[in-house]
Write a protein that binds this ligand. Sequence first.
Ligand SMILES: [Zn+2]
Length: 86
Amino acid sequence: MKNKHIPFRMCGGCRNMFEKSELIRVILKDNELLIDDKQKELCRGAYMCKNKECLLLAQKRKVFSNILKSKVPDEFFEELENRIGK
Ligand SMILES: [Zn+2]
């Protein structure tokens, strides 16, 4: 049997490690904030687990702004919240 490599990433909110597939990836592409569903874009990205508490923490600590070196508007957090809620 092949030994599968499972990539782990840190959630920007709770700072726990999760499998990439369990996280939402937020990227900055051409100065635009996007949710990278396929997690294939080769650019700076921040990760977050699908947890509302983490979203609030990330928002409070400006985690995404720090990682992506860009201002993250409240509307984007609302979009993320919708994504989690689904
Ligand atoms: Zn988290």
